[in-house]
Structures are given as C-alpha cells and as structure tokens.
Design a protein around this ligand. Structure first.
Ligand code: 9YT
Length: 131
C-alpha cells in the first residue's frame, strides 16, 4: 500500500512549478499504478493552453472558479467544484482560472515526473520522457 501526505510531498521534488501553476505528484510512473495522480493549483487570473497528445487526462475541480475551452469545437464550459473534464480525444484546450483553481488530475499513461510542456502544449510520450 502507498500512503502519502500532500503537505509532506509539497516539500519534495514531487512538487513542481511552471508558468503560473504548481503540481504535486501523488503518484508517478515509478509507482507502477498504470496512471499518475496530481494535485494541480492554477493561479488566479492565469490562462493555459495544453494539448496532451500522448496522454489521456481526467481533471476534477475541488476548489476555485474558471472555464475550459475545447479548441476544436470552440465550446466553453464553466469549471467549479464538482465539475470533471476528461480529455478522451486528447483535446487541445485552454484552461482559465478566474479564481485560484485546485484540481485533482489523473494521467494515463502515467507521467514520469521529468516532463516539461513542449511548444505545442504536450508532454513527450512516456518512453521519450524516460530517455
Ligand atoms: C489542470 C491540468 O491540466 N493539470 C495537468 C497536470 C499538470 N500540468 C502537471 O502535473 O504536470
């Protein structure tokens, strides 16, 4: 069994920061669960374009307020506590945080922890990230 405390992980290298967001990786590829599990906090007023071409991602809003736009369809959905979105089509999207957003995110295949967002908003496939 794996038991971890978010507040303890925040002090380790499982806590990463990038452009106006932070993420604490509760589970990574090395945990061999077949998915990774992240707690991501996006700064109030920030806007992010992501495109996880090599991963499926599901995101659940625990706290805050914002919106997500599906770039392919132009549709925008409100994000608030209780709302989940799943990028089942590797959907390219823009996430906006009106208030600080606290999200629980799952990635399949799991993120290794070494990824950085590429120019196109994606993370490299797991085999490249591990190389
Ligand atoms: C909200 C969202 O898309 N989070 C993605 C995870 C975060 N960029 C991370 O942990 O790398």
């Amino acid at each position: 069994m794996i038991v971890r405390d978010f507040n303890e992980l925040k002090k380790t290298d499982r806590h990463v920061a990038d452009a106006r967001w932070t993420s604490t990786r509760m589970l990574l590829a090395s945990d061999e669960m077949g998915f990774s599990f992240h707690i991501t906090v996006l700064e109030a007023g920030s806007e992010h374009q992501f495109h996880y071409k090599n991963h499926f991602e599901s995101v659940y809003c625990m706290k805050g307020k914002g919106s997500i736009t599906d770039i392919a369809t132009g549709e925008t959905h409100d994000i608030k506590p209780g709302v989940m979105y799943a990028l089942n089509l590797h959907d390219k999207h823009i996430l906006r945080a009106e208030e600080e957003l606290h999200m629980a995110c799952v990635f399949n295949p799991p993120v290794t922890g070494a990824e950085v967002h590429r120019e196109d908003g994606s993370y490299a496939p797991a085999e490249e990230a591990a190389a």
